[in-house]
Each structure stands twice: as C-alpha cells, then as structure tokens.
Write a protein that binds this ligand. Structure first.
Ligand code: C2E
Ligand code: CA
Ligand code: CA
Ligand code: CA
Length: 279
C-alpha cells in the first residue's frame, strides 16, 4: 500500500508537470499570436422568438496556432487572464467586433447588436470605459449596437465598484448582459441593483429541460422573475426542439444554440443576415 501511495504521488507530480508545461507553451504562443494577428472571431446568432429574426450576434474568439492547432477558448482564456494577456487580446476582440458590426449594420440591416464577451480582468482595468469609448469613436460603431457580456465573477469582492462603472457604460448607450446566469454568485438583490438589459440563462439549465424534473421549473421561474425586472432573456445552448418548445411556452425572448446555428466565420454569417433583412 505504501508503494502504491508513492506511485500515485509520482503520477500526480508528472501530471502537474505536464499541465504546467502546456500552460507555458500556450502563454508563449498566445504572445506570438497577438503580434501576428493569429486570432479570428466567429459569430453565433441570438434569435428573437417574437420576430424570428436575428437580435444579435455573439462574437466568439477562435485561435488556431501553427503548432498547437485549434485551442479552445475554454483552455486559453483562463491562461490569458492569469497572465494579463486578456487585456490586449480583449481589446483586439472589441475592435474587430465593432469593425464587423459597422460593416453589417451598413449593409442594409439596421439595429443589429454585436455581443462581446468581456473578462472580469478587463473590467477591473482603470481605463476600461475609456478604451471602449475610444474604440467606438475609432470604428464609428453605435454604442446602442454594442452589448457587453459580463459574468457574475465580477460581482465577487467588487460589486460596489462595478455598479457605477456599468452605469457609466449604460449611460453611453451600451447594453449590458449577464452571461452564464445561475452558475456562480447569483443574488437576486444584486440582480435588482445592476443596470442590466439582458440576462443569459446558462446552458446547463437549458440542457436540464425534459431531462430532470426540476430543470424546467427553474428556467420558467428565472424567466418570469427577470421579466418583472424588465430585463430581456436569452436562453443559451438550445440544442433540441423540445427545449425550444418549452422556452417559447415560457415566454423566453431570445434563443441561441446549435439547434438554430453554430458559431461561424463572418462570411458564413453574412448569409444569415441576408435571409433576415433581404426581403
Ligand atoms: P460563453 O460566453 O458562455 O459562450 C458560449 C459557448 O457555448 C461557446 O463556446 C459556444 O460555441 C458554445 N455553444 C453555443 N451553442 C451551443 C449549444 O447549443 N450547445 C453547447 N454545448 N455549446 C454551445 P466557445 O466558443 O468554446 O467559448 C467558450 C467560452 O470561452 C465562452 O463561453 C466564453 O466564456 C469564453 N470566450 C469566448 N470568446 C471570448 C472572448 O472574446 N473574450 C472572453 N473574455 N471570453 C471568451
Ligand atoms: Ca457569452
Ligand atoms: Ca454563456
Ligand atoms: Ca461561459
């Protein structure tokens, strides 16, 4: 038994070493990619249930490294956050999304929102609001067409600082969306005090619809509560007709997920825009 214990320790040490090496490699490659514009944005539509049209496109970062191949944002975003690289990377994302938004909004469709994920690390930068203002000015993108997706982790320890900053962004006309709702530090009191336009119910709840008895009750309760606060709802991770049917019955406002469309490069998405606005 002693021997087994020792082997286990060695196994975990080796695993840890591999993990650390992978992180170092990714960090190095991220730095390189930042200097060589090695990133791309894909877009996934959020469809309004009322109109059947695209309400917004969420920008999702994609990275294909020449040596590492495709790396998932689930792996590289946390590393970019730990190393601070998310600050320049997030700035690139915002500029690119706004540039694309100008192009799409100018090509016949009006009031198309671009939704951009913002890391809590970015929001804690003192010049965040300035940076956003500069990019809007530089690209000519309308603040009313920009939505920032934030997560509940921002509210831990820094709720009191976050509120005035989010209000400042809202006063500029920018929309604020609470992402992954229900997975972290959700307090109904905080929800009431935040200047939110939109709330995204986390896909884990959507995937519980028709699977576990209580899943749908939670979804319908969140929707009616959020509507009372006059916040618009997006259900994310919608994969089945059954989930969609249920969400329609609950008066959910918008849906996003593989059932409707997978995220894709801007060229592919242009087709969806034409179908929407081309009539
Ligand atoms: P998220 O913001 O919750 O984005 C939704 C994720 O769910 C995306 O994964 C999307 O591709 C995926 N998804 C969409 N529809 C479905 C569906 O029907 N079923 C399932 N199972 N998944 C679906 P992705 O693109 O791999 O991004 C993962 C996470 O990485 C994002 O989660 C977000 O937290 C982060 N991320 C992505 N791009 C950025 C970015 O530009 N900045 C920051 N800070 N984070 C980003
Ligand atoms: Ca998101
Ligand atoms: Ca989400
Ligand atoms: Ca997420």
């Amino acid at each position: 038994a002693k021997n087994l214990g020792k082997n286990n320790v060695q196994f975990f040490q080796e695993e840890m070493r591999q993990g650390i090496l992978r992180k170092i490699t990714i960090e190095k490659s991220l730095r390189k990619a930042l200097n060589t514009s090695g990133f791309e944005l894909h877009y996934q539509p959020q469809i309004s249930i009322d109109t059947g049209k695209v309400r917004a496109f969420e920008a999702l970062l994609r990275w294909r490294d020449p040596e590492l191949g495709n790396v998932s944002p689930l792996e590289f975003i946390p590393i970019a956050e730990d190393t601070g690289l998310i600050v320049p990377l997030g700035e690139w994302v915002l500029r690119e999304a706004c540039r694309q938004g100008v192009e799409w909004n100018g090509s016949g469709c009006e009031d198309l929102i671009i939704s951009v994920n913002i890391s809590t690390v970015q929001l804690k930068q003192a010049n965040f609001v300035h940076m956003v203002k500069d990019i809007l000015q530089e690209t000519g993108f309308l603040p009313a067409h920009l939505e920032l997706e934030i997560t509940e982790s921002l509210l831990i320890n820094s709720f009191e600082q976050a509120v005035p900053m989010l209000k400042g962004l809202r006063d500029m006309g920018i929309k604020i969306s609470m992402d992954d709702f229900g997975t972290g530090y959700s307090s109904l009191n905080y929800l009431r005090r935040l200047p939110l336009n939109t709330l995204k119910i986390d896909k884990s709840f959507i995937q519980d619809i028709n699977v576990r008895g209580m899943g749908e009750n939670i979804v319908s309760s969140i929707i009616s509560l959020v509507h009372r606060l006059q916040i618009e709802v997006v259900a994310e991770g919608v994969e089945t007709e059954a989930q969609l049917d249920y969400l329609v019955r609950c008066n959910c406002d918008n849906v996003q997920g593989y059932l409707l469309s997978r995220p894709g490069p801007a060229e592919n998405v242009a087709g969806i825009i034409q179908k929407n606005y081309g009539d």
